[in-house]
Design a protein around this ligand. Structure first.
Ligand code: PMM
Length: 314
């Protein structure tokens, strides 16, 4: 189970690209750039022109150490942007931990609720997801930004992240959410230590999440573990903005492994990367043909849309 369609969202027979619009003054990777609503709307439209399948609109920074914004301020930031982008026909997701914001966002046209807390931050989230009937990203999370890095302690990060996510899924299904609406996310950078290599282990063993049968979203874009990998000789980490090429490399790997979607700040090169991965997956299917040999790459639907550059015919 890999690039299967999620109800209400584009299905492309390949890994989807979610472009990020942070309507915040202080996000880790692009804080301040799109804080003004008009700028945020224009940026969302630009991201679609560059190949984004979904635009993720968030009004609260989750960078390490960030303080929470009020519910009113979060609503003020995201609702007009979601309304305008949805009116343009853009598939929008809302990046929020608050049930009330999620509800208002869906009323404004959002088609996906992206909750980095996996329902832990707000007990009303799961019932709201059930009532709105839109898909829901359940991300692995161990606490708010001010506390999360002290909780990056694991015996076996892959097993613990998977088990904790499945625990969240049980609670969310119990609230009445349909299983076809669930998307899992390992939460790279959230209570994961760059020093301990947690993020790399989760990327290397994405199959552990894919095997659950739920679509998987990966958010590696501009995260600190990439900057640390690419540190200068004196040990200075690479700045987040100079990690876009490494983000594309991660996109290629996880899309080839069968991720459903990648969440990225720079869309165009990642949109190229998911098409490369789709072409390789399609070729793999073809080469394998009727062979009974073991398949090292999880099976995914072969792209069939002749207008899609990801199609094997192009
Ligand atoms: N990362 C950030 C924000 N939202 N949502 C999901 N589903 N997965 C992520 O990894 C994720 C997210 C933090 O990124 P940013 O503040 O740099 O955009």
């Amino acid at each position: 189970m890999t690039t299967a369609d999620v109800p209400g969202l584009p299905g492309a027979g390949r890994c989807l690209v979610m472009g990020v619009v942070n309507v915040t003054p202080d996000s880790f990777s692009d804080g301040g750039s799109w804080f003004d609503a008009d700028k945020a709307i224009r940026h969302g439209i630009d991201l679609v022109a560059e190949g984004a399948d979904i635009v993720d609109v968030g009004g609260e920074s989750t960078r390490p150490g960030a303080q929470r914004v009020s519910r009113e301020e979060e609503l003020r930031r995201v609702v007009p942007v979601i309304e305008a982008l949805s009116a343009e026909g853009v598939p929008v997701s809302v990046d929020t931990m608050r049930a009330e914001v999620a509800e208002a966002a869906v009323a404004a046209g959002a088609r996906l609720i992206n909750d980095v807390s996996g329902g832990l931050a707000d007990p009303d989230m799961a019932p709201v997801v059930a009532a709105t009937g839109v898909p829901y990203v359940v991300m692995h999370w161990r606490g708010h930004s001010h506390a999360m890095q002290t909780r990056a302690v694991y015996q076996d990060v892959v097993r613990e992240v998977r088990d904790e996510l499945l625990g969240r899924v049980d609670a969310i299904l119990a609230a009445g959410v349909d299983p076809s609406m669930i998307v899992l996310d390992p939460g790279l950078g959230f209570a994961k230590s760059p020093e301990a290599g947690h993020n790399w282990q989760l990327i290397a063993r994405l199959d552990a999440l894919l095997e659950t049968g739920y679509p998987v979203l990966v958010g590696a874009s501009r995260k600190r573990f990439l900057g640390k990998l690419l540190s200068a000789v004196d040990g200075t980490p690479r700045s987040f903005i100079d990690c876009d090429d490494a983000t594309v490399a991660v996109t290629s790997l996880v899309a080839a492994a069968g991720a459903w979607c990648v969440r990225v700040h720079r869309v165009r090169p990642n949109a190229d990367a998911v098409r490369v991965a789709a072409a390789v997956r399609a070729a793999h299917e073809k080469v394998r043909g009727g062979s009974a040999s073991a398949d090292p790459v999880p099976a995914a639907p072969v792209p069939t849309d002749p207008d899609d550059p990801g199609s094997p015919e192009k």
